[in-house]
Design a protein around this ligand. Structure first.
Ligand code: 4AD
Length: 571
């Protein structure tokens, strides 16, 4: 029989086989693997010759081999015991499960009648018997007690199931996101313990209304914090069940109500303009076109033109309406469909317009901070939130260009065709801003973040703005500027765009012509200048952008129920 080789330097006890090519490293392991009847050859390293081991090293190795054998046996025993215990546990569970099927829960008719309530209204029902329906938000079993945190959209409630109610088949097979009905006494949580609302429900009767799967199809297997963004987008309907997403949407609801309250406070009346339109407002490039009974129509970009027509009948008006922009923008502040809060005010000056924007925003924030529920949501989502200091800074476009240059914020140089110019190293050449340049999103964001407070940027060049904007009277004749403003907020950038509108008929007709717009479909808009024109202006606020600022969200996508962006219209 071939001897077993051991090389104490290059051998290996894990991959070695005992051959001259694959020697072991230690005699002990070689002995353990092959038994004492084999012959062995050992060497210190490859420079030495193989020799038979000495008696004393054989003796030492034998001890090592015995030690290894002992350890192996112990592990084997442990594994056996473990398997047995697991088997017993499985059997116990199966038996329990089988027995649980026999347990039938029935509501005890002798107990006080339970009041059905939403979780948000439970404070006044302490120490009473109540009935609540909701979804299993969290589930924890501690010995024979099951703790369920129930969610009903209005809040969270800790419920405690013990004894018979925790032993039914439904209790033992309950999964997250099942919908259930629970009945029991509402009690303050014991001293030193915490729970949402400071109380917990001691359940005496409950039932599953709609079960949710466990195992592979369990909710947490379909979606968790680590899920890829595209999966999260596909599963937005499930993401919404999460605490943060639902808090953002809840705050959004309070925000919409606060806007409406602020508008009403300022005597501005709500109207609902159409989404299907045949006129553009903010340029043809971002219109979604559709076939409308054989005619061309668009999804509205802004309800502004319709609001203007309401001034002579309803006075100052506002709307909360979806606007649609076919922009191929994948930035964190662009959506293809967004909620647009627009207002239009008659007989005002440009300063009145900016005052109104500031008033509405500050009033809205005040309302939200006064209401304890919305104030708590803001605190939860954006703990550092402070209402903005007034008055908001007003910076003219021309001064903003100067500011950018003084702060070294540049833009890519372009040739006459609008292509970026590169330097010798192939890097895009950056140049200072000049009057007439559009202030790009990145520059605007840098500026707002450095200034750190809301900023009204006003007086943009007419060439950069929409056809309807009123020009600033006078000027040097070289370039005309408009009575327009953008309100920029730290972290988000532009949240409001507004302007004074052309009130003069001839000026409006000239503007259509300059922009190559056919005046025919705008007859109703033009008529406003014919029948008693007035100086007027208005603005549009992006609700998702405002919410991103308020709730400190990274992207407007988190601030929309089902956000749409290029390529995404599902779910
Ligand atoms: O600056 P914009 O395009 O102005 C108008 O549409 C005017 N007609 C409004 C008016 O005067 N009645 O858009 C106004 C606001 C922006 O400041 C921004 O908050 C939001 O609408 N907005 C968008 N929000 C999300 N995604 C987009 N693609 C947006 N485009 C504009």
């Amino acid at each position: 029989m071939a001897p077993i080789h051991i090389d104490e330097t290059s051998g290996s006890d894990t991959t070695g086989k005992g051959t001259p090519d694959q020697p072991y490293q230690t005699l002990g392991v070689a002995l353990f693997n092959h038994g004492a009847s084999e012959s062995f050859l050992t060497r210190k390293d490859s420079t030495a010759a193989y020799e038979e081991p000495t008696q004393s090293s054989l003796k030492k190795a034998k001890k090592t081999a015995e030690g290894i054998e002992k350890k192996r046996k112990k592990q084997e025993e442990l594994a056996e015991r473990d398997a047995k215990e697991k088997g017993e546990e499985r059997e116990r569970k199966e038996k329990l499960l089988e027995e649980s099927k026999k347990i039938v829960l029935e509501e005890d008719a002798t107990l006080p009648k339970a009041t059905k309530a939403k979780i948000t209204h439970l404070a006044e029902l302490r120490s009473k018997r109540i009935r609540v329906c909701g979804w299993v938000h969290r589930l924890r079993q501690q010995k024979d007690i099951i703790f369920v945190v129930l969610r009903d959209g209005t809040g969270y409630l800790q419920t405690v199931l013990s004894g018979k109610v925790a032993s039914t088949y439904e209790a033992l097979t309950l999964n997250l996101e099942s919908s259930i009905e629970v009945v029991g006494m509402l009690q303050a949580v014991p001293e030193g313990k915490t729970a949402p609302g400071g109380h917990e429900l001691i359940v005496d009767y409950w039932k599953v209304l709609g079960s949710a799967p466990g195992a592979d199809d369990a909710f947490t297997n379909r979606l968790n914090e680590k899920s890829d963004p595209s999966i999260q987008a596909d599963l937005r309907h499930l993401v919404l069940r999460g605490e943060t997403a639902s808090s953002v949407l809840r705050l959004r609801a309070y925000l919409m109500a606060a806007f409406r309250e602020a508008m009403t406070f300022h005597s501005i009346m709500e109207v609902t303009p159409p989404c299907l339109v045949q006129t553009q407002v903010e340029g043809g490039a971002t219109l979604f076109k559709l076939d409308y009974y054989g005619q061309n129509a668009f999804l509205t970009q802004s309800s502004q033109l319709y609001l203007e027509t309401c001034l002579p009948s309803l006075g100052d008006v506002f709307c909360v309406q979806e606007s649609f922009r076919a922009e191929n923008s994948h930035t964190r502040r662009h959506l293809s469909e967004y909620t647009h809060m627009e207002a239009e005010l008659a007989f005002i000056t440009f300063d009145d317009l900016m005052d109104n924007i500031e008033n509405i925003i500050c009033k809205t924030v005040d309302i939200l901070l006064t209401n304890p529920t919305s104030a708590a949501l803001i605190k939860q989502l954006n703990p550092k939130f402070e209402p903005p200091a007034r008055p908001f800074l007003r910076l003219s476009y021309v001064d903003a260009i100067k500011w950018l240059n003084e702060h070294g914020i540049q833009l890519p140089a372009e040739d006459a065709e609008g292509n970026a110019i590169k330097d010798e190293r192939g890097q895009i050449k950056m140049v200072d801003h000049k009057v007439g340049d559009d202030i790009a999103e990145a520059a605007e964001r840098q500026m707002t973040d450095i200034i750190g407070t809301p900023v009204f940027l006003h007086g943009f060049p007419a060439e950069l703005k929409a056809f309807y904007m009123k020009k600033i009277p006078g000027g040097d004749g070289k370039m005309s500027f408009t009575e327009s403003c953008d309100l920029l907020m730290p972290n988000v950038g532009e949240i409001v765009g507004g302007s004074m509108r052309i009130a003069d008929m001839a000026e409006l007709l000239a503007a259509y012509k300059r922009e190559g717009i056919d005046p025919e479909p705008y007859y109703w808009f033009t008529d406003q200048r014919k029948y008693g024109t007035c100086e007027h202006g208005g603005y549009g606020l992006g609700v998702e952008r405002f919410l991103a600022w308020l709730a400190d969200r990274y992207t407007v996508r988190e601030c929309s129920l089902y956000p749409r962006w290029p390529g995404r219209a599902t779910p």
